[in-house]
Design a protein around this ligand. Structure first.
Ligand SMILES: O=C(O)/C=C/C(=O)CC(=O)CC(=O)O
Ligand SMILES: [Ca+2]
Ligand SMILES: [Mg+2]
Length: 425
């Protein structure tokens, strides 16, 4: 539902916020910051971060009358209050930062304390990741990977057009954008090798994904409809499901990825709320086989979200190596979450659901190096004249995402970045 928080004509009085490419008044993404002291919840507005713990202490926002939720190192306590509190808080922040409620703008002491220049705010993992599940929603990606792993005749698994398939990943190694990613060690066995060996991955890859953040818990035995699942999603992040393809191709039969994807998953520091993304809902692609009723959708639940991948060598400039859009994903996050609960699986506040690698049809729109370089056959050129089939030590991968449509303010996700560090051999 669109409301005045989406009105593109409204602007914030915060310097630099009007027309900001990522964080205008209409976005208000949530994250966790510190300025060298305790971590607390904030929202991005232009080139500033608004400290919500300071606003809560001053009584300007109070999502829970019983206790503070923003003076916390994670978004989980706020998310647990549920959709009505999320919306009331969004509306209150929109009025405070839009100036219709002048109590923040006209209080220089509070503004000085609460409005922190972005370069001073150290952004942390925004929420405690309860559990992490990764899906496989791009038909193009599934077809490409299937072709490389199993041959063109068996590319798309028989279940794929019926089930939003996924695997249970590791919450323990979900990290926030910005740090180093150590090249993993593992079992490697090339097709011609007699036996496996233990060594550093030589086929390290990224995966461009969108992560849905579950904000409402369900009890064991409870099934969510797609509409209920849609309402349970608090927001979205950019997600890089780092993947060691040589470990993966040897280990994945028959239980799926394990060590090849468990060493690190990066997410962007700002959770863009589902509320902010309302103007960018779009229909899923046409169905190639009828879906079972529990997966039917009454509303357009896909997102018209532009995505890009930049790759920079050590000491080199970034080059954009992929551009795509999440709108073409065959399954929405709401369908994935509904399916997740279909057996009665309980969901927790802070569960993270990866969309699956977002690949489009054209070669430049693939969301992994495995596909962009087509299993090593077409190396990708970088800014320094070198090329890559897989990631080298020192490479920095940056995912970017933004929504832009006529009649709506542009909403950005910021960046999700990681730099490859040598293996601990
Ligand atoms: O088809 C396979 O065997 C492997 C698929 C994956 O790489 C799993 C995965 O992470 C799914 C995705 O990101 O779309
Ligand atoms: Ca993945
Ligand atoms: Mg991973």
């Amino acid at each position: 539902m669109r409301d005045e928080t989406h009105d593109p004509a409204r602007q914030s009085w915060v310097p630099g916020a009007a027309g900001h490419p990522d964080f205008p008044l209409q976005n208000l993404p949530f994250g966790v910051l510190s300025t060298g002291d305790r971590p607390r919840v904030g929202v991005a507005i232009g080139d500033h971060v608004l400290d919500l713990a300071a606003l809560e202490a001053a009584g300007l926002v109070r999502p829970d009358p019983e206790r503070t939720v923003f003076d916390a190192p994670a978004l989980n306590p706020f998310m647990a209050l549920g959709p009505a509190a999320w919306q009331a808080t969004r509306e209150a922040l929109s009025r405070l930062l839009g100036g219709e409620d002048a109590r923040l703008r006209d209080d220089p002491v509070l503004t000085g304390r609460a409005l922190i220049p972005a370069e001073r705010a150290m952004l942390q993992l925004p929420f405690k990741v309860a559990e992490y599940t990764d899906f496989y929603a791009s038909r193009e990606h599934a077809t490409n990977v299937g072709t490389m792993f199993r041959g063109p005749d068996n590319a798309l698994p028989a279940n794929w057009l019926h089930i939003p398939i996924g695997y249970n990943g590791r919450a323990s190694t979900v990290v926030v954008s910005g740090g180093g990613i150590v090249r993993p060690m593992g079992q490697l066995k090339a097709p011609g090798d007699q036996a496996p060996r233990f060594g550093a991955s030589e086929r390290l890859d990224f995966e461009l994904e969108v992560g849905a953040v579950v904000g409402t818990a369900t009890a064991m035995g409870t099934r969510l409809s797609t509409a209920q699942a849609d309402r349970a999603i608090f927001g979205y992040v950019l997600l890089n499901d780092w993947s060691a393809r040589d470990i993966q191709v040897w280990e994945y039969v028959p239980l799926g990825p394990f060590q090849s994807k468990a060493f690190a998953t990066s997410i962007s520091p700002w959770v863009v709320t589902a509320a902010a993304l309302e103007p960018f809902r779009t229909e899923a692609p046409g169905r190639l086989a009828p879906l079972l009723p529990y997966l039917h959708e009454d509303t357009p639940n896909n997102l018209d979200l532009e995505l890009a991948v930049d790759l920079a060598p050590a000491d080199g400039e970034p080059a954009t190596i992929a551009r795509t859009n999440a709108s073409g994903l065959y399954y929405s996050s709401a369908q994935q979450l509904a399916h997740h609960t279909a057996c009665g699986c309980a969901m927790s506040v802070g569960d993270l659901l990866g969309s699956g690698t977002v690949s489009g049809r054209a070669p430049g729109s693939y969301g992994s190096l495995l596909e962009l370089a087509w299993n090593g056959a077409h190396p990708v050129r970088l800014s320094d004249g070198t090329s890559r089939t897989f990631l080298a030590d020192g490479d920095t991968v940056t995912l970017r995402g933004w929504c832009a449509r006529d009649g709506a303010a542009r909403i950005g996700f910021g960046a999700c970045r990681g730099t490859i560090l040598p293996a601990h051999a």
